[in-house]
Design a protein around this ligand. Structure first.
Ligand SMILES: Nc1nc2c(ncn2[C@@H]2O[C@H](COP(=O)(O)OP(=O)(O)O)[C@@H](O)[C@H]2O)c(=O)[nH]1
Ligand SMILES: [Mg+2]
Length: 318
């Protein structure tokens, strides 16, 4: 999702990069030495301006506008860094680019009117000095934006607009098995911010529509009371994904969790999330007992057709 945000150079890096490029510029022979020097300095300044403004304006353009993002990303970002500071830092980048453009135009104008080599060199020095101080004045902002970029790249690549099913249930009830049997592919795995957990994302077609299934190992599988505040907030951001929850229940004892533990988790998920919830019994091959209308087995594939029908009927319910 946020993989296209460009790397942010620190002030000194940007200065070094521009100056290095500028230093390589040499003018061919001119009959008058002042003309040669003037042309060279003007070209250098234009190069510095162009490299710098391209970089800064690319940041302004490619860093996302937070308000335009889906609430899920907005919430995540809100947990990660100070959004007001983010906006300030981006506008400082814009400001610096504009200042550099004005400065370059001003100095180039003066260069064109200057006759002596001494005056030309003095203007070049002045430009380098004023340029550097503008760029250095936004170093904190560039540093901050670089950190924001690192954070944003950690947000899992959930497509917030795609119909989504979120698999929940205690550990070992069969979440991962169901995901891989439904999607038939290796899921994408991402670290879930502020937790020590990962989430897996898989895709499948239901009724000619691409849907996304999220397996939440360690995320929707234990009571919130065992979690710290950041972890809770981060998990609750999943509420913004308007998905349907598939809550798996393993009544066989195979998962080593009691029905009571599983029902407690169910109640908690139901209370915290407003999404519709489909309850599904798992490991139906291990027992004749049916405690839910829907019962599936990833060993025998029984119940899969019915589950898919129910899922299809729920697409677009939220
Ligand atoms: N017999 C049987 N075992 C299953 C079924 N689904 C999962 N398992 C087994 O249950 C264990 C836990 O499954 P897993 O998908 O990793 O559960 P998760 O922790 O909820 O992701 C694994 O050993 C699976 O092979 C099923 O339908 N039938
Ligand atoms: Mg698992």
């Amino acid at each position: 999702m946020f993989t296209r945000i460009p790397t942010v150079l620190r002030s000194q890096e940007l200065i070094d990069k521009s100056f290095l490029k500028a230093s390589k510029i040499t003018e061919p022979y001119h009959p008058k030495i002042e003309d040669k020097i003037r042309k060279e300095i003007i070209d250098r300044i234009s190069t510095i301006e162009s490299i710098t403004c391209t970089h800064l304006l690319k940041l302004v353009k490619k860093f996302p506008t937070i308000e335009k993002l889906h609430p899920f990303y907005e919430d995540m970002i809100d947990l990660m860094f100070d959004v007001d500071q983010y906006k300030v830092s981006l506008s400082k980048a814009q400001w610096a680019a504009e200042r550099i453009q004005v400065l370059s135009t001003e100095i180039i104008g003066q260069l064109k009117k200057s006759k002596t080599i001494e005056k030309l060199n003095r203007l070049m020095k002045e430009y380098y000095g004023r340029y550097s101080s503008i760029i250095k004045s936004i170093d904190k902002d560039l540093q901050f934006l670089s950190k924001c970029r690192d954070w944003m790249r950690k947000i899992p690549d959930i497509d917030a607009e795609m119909p989504t099913f979120i698999i929940a249930g205690m550990p070992n009830v069969g979440k991962s098995s169901l995901l891989s049997k439904l999607t038939g592919n290796e899921p994408k795995v991402a670290i879930y911010p502020f937790t020590t957990q990962t989430i897996s994302i898989g895709y499948m077609q239901l009724n000619n529509q691409k849907i996304q299934i999220i397996d939440t190992p360690g995320i929707l599988d234990r009571p919130m009371e065992e979690r710290n505040e950041m972890e809770i907030k981060s998990i609750l951001s999943l509420r913004d994904i308007k998905g349907v929850i598939i809550f798996l229940i393993d009544p066989t004892g195979h998962s080593s969790y009691t029905m009571e533990q599983q029902e407690n988790l169910y109640r908690e998920v139901k209370q915290r999330f407003t999404s519709p919830i489909i309850r599904v019994q798992t490991k139906a091959d291990l027992t004749e007992e049916r405690i839910e209308k829907l019962a599936v087995s990833t060993s025998t594939m029984q119940g899969f057709d019915t589950l898919k029908e129910v899922m299809t009927s729920m697409i677009g319910m939220r």
